[in-house]
Design a protein around this ligand. Structure first.
Ligand code: B4P
Length: 194
């Protein structure tokens, strides 16, 4: 199964992807996690991405497309994967189409998690509070001012990705405002039909 999870920052893409990995035994490909790891390891990609991510902007298409293209080539992706946080621009969606077409692969579904803006802000502030309470470093992009920039980037560059897949008959929208377990169940119900 090859699946994309779309949605604004804080919609729960990462949260749901981890649960789907456990349920369906397929790999999670999170560009956010891959970029954060590159930053931690001080790689050339990480050095280029850090300031952009800390400011709440999107990392350049060429970097992210390169990361995903290399990752999809790994043997553990042969049984399928969940793309979490990619594509975030139409250019990334077009690049993904080319990568898959070259391998003779197709997407099975694109799931969009719909969550309103006030709830997104609540969740991110909650995560920042819980992380700080554990004495762990809070993500710079979970700062309320930076989060506003992330939402602007989403509205400007990423919101158009859902219609791209709707035109191709692949998009299913899910109410992501509900509790985590209910959202997981709703996604699993969709996956049974594809
Ligand atoms: P990501 O790591 O993808 O982060 P995200 O969009 O904030 O998170 P997500 O939607 O996964 O929310 P989560 O499950 O964590 O991106 C970070 C940055 O990386 C981007 O801003 C950008 O700079 C860069 N980047 C990544 N991919 C890129 C790309 N393709 N192109 C360019 N740049 C890219 O959930 C958030 C919180 O809500 C959690 O605390 C969770 O517990 C809670 N939550 C989730 N679902 C809930 C529910 N149903 N009910 C209550 N709480 C819930």
């Amino acid at each position: 199964m090859r699946l994309i999870l779309l949605g604004p920052p804080g919609a729960g893409k990462g949260t749901q992807a981890q649960r789907l990995v456990a349920r369906h035994g397929i790999v999670q490909l999170s560009t956010g996690d891959m970029l954060r790891e590159a930053v931690r390891n001080g790689t050339p990609v990480g050095l280029r991405a850090k300031a952009v991510m800390d400011a709440g902007q999107l990392v350049s298409d060429d970097i992210v497309i390169g990361i995903i293209s290399d990752r999809i080539d790994q043997p553990d992706c042969s049984k399928g994967f969940i793309l979490d946080g990619f594509p975030r621009t139409v250019a990334q969606a077009e690049a993904l189409d080319s990568i898959l077409a070259e391998k003779g692969l197709k997407l099975d579904a694109v799931i969009e998690l719909k969550v309103d803006q006030a709830k997104l802000v609540d969740r991110i502030l909650q995560r920042a509070r819980e992380t700080a309470a554990r004495g762990e470093p809070v993500r710079k992009d979970d700062d309320p001012v930076v989060f506003k920039t992330r939402l602007e980037a989403y509205n400007r560059d990423t919101a158009v990705v859902a219609p791209y897949y709707a035109e191709r008959g692949l998009l299913v929208a899910i109410d992501g405002m509900r509790p985590i377990d209910e959202v997981t169940q709703a996604i699993s119900d969709v996956l049974e039909t594809v």
